[in-house]
Design a protein around this ligand. Structure first.
Ligand code: HEC
Length: 138
């Protein structure tokens, strides 16, 4: 093996490892059982996250659910998980876009979410459930 190829190796390993770095520290089973259902359930007066985010071109993208289907297959959840982990900072809900963007501004949210002020406060049980999952990541 020549020197150039030898030097490529660690770089390739890094590039391949990077996309999984954050996903690995966040728990998939907890995501699937506690977090994902929040994206699907109706939380009046708001539209469900999935309604907009299965076909929006924002960075938060969920798999589309056919009419009448109430939950994701494990494979779909995996795809959603791979997307959602990009919107959170493991261990740090306060700086996680997934939590701050849909949160009312008065409660610490950012300027504007096209999907409305989905969470009125950081005491909202659904907000807390997502925060809990993020907190457990490292
Ligand atoms: C009525 C449609 C609608 C609903 C319902 C909705 N959103 Fe959104 N959301 C949008 C649109 C459109 C954008 C992109 C524009 C913006 O940032 O406001 C967005 C952006 C976001 C982003 C930022 C993604 C990025 O590009 O960085 C997050 C995070 C997010 N939404 C989370 C949620 C969560 C969580 C829910 C459910 C609790 C939800 N949204 C419900 C329409 C919606």
């Amino acid at each position: 093996m020549n020197l150039a190829r030898l030097m490529m190796l660690p770089v390739a390993a890094l590039v391949m490892a990077a996309p999984f770095a954050s996903a690995q520290s966040l728990d998939f089973d907890m995501y699937r059982s506690k977090v994902e259902p929040i994206f699907l359930k109706k939380r009046p007066p708001h539209a469900r996250c999935v309604v907009c985010h299965s076909n929006s071109n924002s960075a938060f993208r969920l798999e589309a659910l056919p009419k009448g289907v109430k939950e994701y297959t494990p494979e779909q959840s995996r795809k959603n998980f791979a997307n959602v982990v990009n919107l959170v900072k493991p261990g740090n809900p306060e700086t996680s876009r997934l939590l701050i963007h849909p949160l009312t501004r008065e409660a610490g949210g950012d300027l504007f979410h096209n999907g409305g002020r989905q969470f009125a406060s950081q005491k909202d049980p659904d907000w807390l459930a997502i925060a809990d999952w993020v907190k457990k990541g490292k």
